[in-house]
Design a protein around this ligand. Structure first.
Ligand SMILES: [Zn+2]
Length: 257
């Protein structure tokens, strides 16, 4: 069960005087009920609707009333987004202090932290993005949020290749293809420069396979870059085209050809 007393910090208050969790960039769980909502894609805070056991270990504890409780390795929590009012289901594993329960060598406060989320964040993209690219990105996102950074990197690089191919760049290393898109004026220079900073795009050493050493930090950089790229190349131009069309239609129909 969620215990607000676990947080040793100054608690911020919401509009109705409720406690607000600290904002952060990750996904919400009962340990930190704030962050990116997998439903609405907004930064939000969450109410915990409840938790149920999933996997037990062999230990037992006695609660205040003398009742025996089985030790839990993981559990499922339902969190309600305060923005879209929808539920998010999180599979959470036990942590003791600052380590997962299975690794814990010393004691500490018990908390439960997310390892899987439903719906899967960022798995469903705007219909402005070509299906093939959106499909590859969805597979990448599923891997990332299942804590599989190497599988993510493979799919994310494939998504980048698909984007480059869609824009006419089909050969050479990824970093060069992105550079070519910049030279052609298709890619904004800031994004092309950002690409150089993303280790997994730039690292092409002949005797070093960057996919073998992908950290979650690398993966997060790559997914941020990919999202911005999709926004810039597909979503913003489509939105602009729709607005122009709406503007045209709202004018005198006589002016239209
Ligand atoms: Zn939401």
């Amino acid at each position: 069960m969620f215990r607000p007393g676990l947080f040793k910090r100054k608690i911020k208050k919401g509009k109705r005087g409720e406690d607000l969790p600290e904002p952060h960039e990750g996904l919400p769980d009962s340990h930190r009920p704030s962050g990116l909502c997998p439903r609405c894609g907004k930064q939000s805070s969450f109410d915990i609707a409840g938790s149920l056991p999933a996997t037990f270990d062999s230990s037992y504890t006695i609660d205040h009333s003398g009742k025996e409780e089985r030790g839990l390795i993981d559990r499922v929590s339902s969190l309600i987004c305060r923005h879209c009012k929808q539920g998010v289901v999180v599979v959470e594993e036990e942590w003791v202090g600052d380590h997962p329960g299975k690794e814990a060598k010393t004691g500490g406060e018990v908390s439960y932290r997310g390892i899987h989320w439903w719906p899967i964040p960022e798995a469903y993209l705007s219909s402005d993005i070509p299906d093939e690219i959106a499909g590859v990105f969805a597979e990448a996102a599923k891997s990332l949020y299942a804590n599989c950074p190497r599988a993510f990197a493979v799919m994310a690089r494939r998504a980048l290749e698909a984007i480059c191919a869609d824009k006419g760049e089909t050969s050479g290393i990824l970093a060069d293809r992105l550079d070519n898109l910049k030279s052609k004026g298709i890619l904004q220079p800031t994004l092309a420069d950002w690409a150089k900073e993303v280790r997994l795009i730039g690292n092409v050493g002949a005797h070093f396979d960057p996919i073998q050493t992908v950290t979650m930090e690398d993966a997060k950089q790559l997914v941020s870059f990919l999202r911005e790229l999709l926004k810039y190349l597909y979503e913003l131009p489509a939105e602009l085209a729709r607005r122009k069309l709406e503007g045209k239609q709202s004018k005198d129909p006589q002016e239209q050809t």
